[in-house]
Design a protein around this ligand. Sequence first.
Ligand SMILES: *Cc1c(COP(=O)(O)O)cnc(C)c1O
Length: 243
Amino acid sequence: MANMTKISERIECVKGKISSACARVGRDIDEIKLVIVTKSATIEAIQEVIRLGFFNLGENRVQQLKKVSTQVAEFLESGNDDSALPEKVNWHMIGHLQRNKVSQVLPIASLVHSVDTLRLAEEINASAAKLNLFPKILLQVNISNEPQKYGVPVGAATHLAEQIVTLPNLKLVGLMTMAPLMHNKDVIRACFVRARELFVELRGEKIVGPEFTELSMGMSSDYEVAVEEGATILRIGSAIFTS
Ligand SMILES: *Cc1c(COP(=O)(O)O)cnc(C)c1O
């Protein structure tokens, strides 16, 4: 139980920092969705997070997504006399997705954050058509241009977005990016600013539709900067699950 208390305290702490960051730039905290990344968490810890009222969960690997989402579904079924529990939670696929795993992910994920090539988008579109699904996706952009990173280069993002919006079973609802893992806050901020500029550009040029509203950026080490620069989805794991 001691450990559980710590989780609620850590979430409160994260929420407090999000709230302060919002206040600094005049944003409303309701504009921001917190995706709790469960990859480092035990099932008990995940259950605690759900009991605390957080229903957006994220995983970065397909095997883990399948396993943990099944465990969570069983937990929700067994506890359906508990009115505080939802019928289901929303799963976010936040990590790199291989084309041969797409059909396993679509029935589970409510949002795929990591679409970064036309080939992957086409595979998701084809798989979704077979399953009669219309999945929401984000275009992952490699803002920092680190060669080891996934994501479409900034210079190719507009063209890729234009191609993706022609795929009838996909709903392109925004952008996702990761800042470089470093301590230099200026570099991190510059990344988030560039992502926001691209987001605004795509909307302004009507390359994307009115449902293009999400900017997924900010992790445990940089979410306050991300909030200041316009993030609408934060993906936070270790700040909640690791002491
Ligand atoms: C693990 C992960 C996160 C969360 O990282 P933390 O530093 O644990 O908050 C966010 N986004 C992606 C894509 C991840 O793989």
